[in-house]
Design a protein around this ligand. Structure first.
Ligand SMILES: *Cc1c(COP(=O)(O)O)cnc(C)c1O
Length: 373
């Protein structure tokens, strides 16, 4: 009998497939900034970035400088956007040295970026962050003009675009997103009227890419779609995406319990009749949300088996009654594909009131990863 350790497999062909599906939604001349922050949503940043760059993504985006530096160390040469910007002079120096593109959440760091650029005789591309309703980083759209002036007057900086983020493009009600798109359009006009080049501007995340063609502009910034997830479990996907992440574990034991047997911590499940229960080798330490207890499913032999009782740290129980073929040593898949069956991040997320993003990040952080090129 084989006994494999739990593991997370990343299928790079799924990333390539998903990038192509995203391309089918946008005009040929629209550029793609592939968002690989948070270790590529748990998929492993370096391998994901190499795959996406080779598959034609024009740019990569990360949250923090340290991630961008890791990309450069690994030899990635394409433009890299640092979404959360920088704060200190040392960080400004690293941005300039490594030809990174920081997002400025305001004019405050323009001075040090300008100094560090001039000191090295370089020009640094920057993105200006405009808040059109996200309520997070940025300068209010109504003050875009002053922000643009403030950055344009700095030598050594090359403002190349405005950036804003959609807060609600996955919702059925379109009104708020439409108001964000309008506000961004006005900010863009203002920036152009001050003489700024805005060709590298962007607004659309995955949800905007799917539902709002007027948000695509010349560049989109998809994240979750690349990894085969939907921005929201209830959003219709007009494209066929492939899950890139699979969490595999092993059936350790099969138990035949009589009716009335409590299963796992807290006795939250009691067998309703004679039940065959598979005890599986993964739990919340492998990134499974404990809130999937009594709600989630796990694939065994390509069939969904309902999770019974609380998910433990390293073990989970599932109902395999009337499945005499299931044996100790069988593979159990909590996320991803097994044969023809798929448990998507969205299905898991829907079962426990979260979003697939959180599932991928948690599983990716916990698991021993194997990347399939
Ligand atoms: C994370 C992020 C994205 C990607 O969002 P998805 O919903 O995964 O497509 C795009 N832009 C910014 C600024 C982000 O922080």
């Amino acid at each position: 009998m084989d006994r494999y350790p739990n593991r997370v497999e990343i299928d790079c062909s799924a990333l390539r497939h998903n990038l192509m599906q995203i391309r089918s939604l946008i005009p040929a001349e629209t550029a793609v900034t592939a968002v690989v922050k948070a270790d590529a949503y748990g998929h492993g940043m370096i391998d994901a970035a190499r795959t996406l760059e080779a598959a034609g993504a024009e740019r990569l985006a990360v949250a923090h400088l340290a991630e961008a530096l890791r990309l450069r160390k690994a030899g990635l040469r394409c433009p890299v956007v640092v979404l959360c910007g920088i704060l200190t002079r040392a960080e400004a120096g690293a941005v300039v040295e490594n030809d990174l593109i920081p997002v400025l959440p305001g004019p405050e760091t323009a001075g040090i970026l300008s100094d560090e650029s001039r000191r090295r005789g370089k020009r640094t591309r920057v993105q200006l962050k405009i808040d059109t309703g996200m309520g997070r980083l940025g300068v209010p759209a109504t003050r875009a003009g002053a922000f643009v002036d403030e950055v344009l007057k700095r030598d050594g900086l090359e403002p190349e675009g405005l950036m804003s983020h959609l807060s609600s493009a996955d919702e059925a009600d379109r009104g708020f997103t439409e108001s964000q798109i309008r506000a961004f359009g006005i900010a863009l006009e203002t920036a152009r009227s001050r003489g700024m080049d805005t060709r590298a501007s962007s607004l659309a995340n995955s949800a905007g890419t799917l539902g709002y063609p007027e948000s695509h502009l010349g560049m989109i910034r998809p994240g979750i779609l690349l990894y085969g997830g939907s921005p929201s479990p209830d959003l219709f996907l007009p494209v066929q995406l492939e899950p890139a992440m699979t969490l595999k574990a092993t059936v350790l034991q099969l138990r035949d319990f009589p009716e009335g047997t409590p299963i796992s911590y807290g006795r939250t499940y009691t067998t309703g009749g004679p039940e065959r229960i598979a005890v599986i080798s993964a739990g919340y330490s492998d990134g499974l949300p404990r809130s999937l207890s009594n709600r989630g499913r796990v694939l065994i032999g390509g069939v969904r088996a309902p999770i019974r009782g609380r998910i433990c740290m390293n073990l989970t129980m599932a109902d395999v009654s009337d499945r005499p073929e299931v044996r100790p040593g069988d593979e159990a898949v909590f996320l991803g594909r097994q044969g023809d069956a798929v448990l998507t991040g969205d299905e898991l997320a829907g079962a426990c009131d979260t979003i697939s993003y959180e599932i991928y990040c948690a599983v990716g952080r916990c698991g021993e990863k194997t990347t399939i090129p």
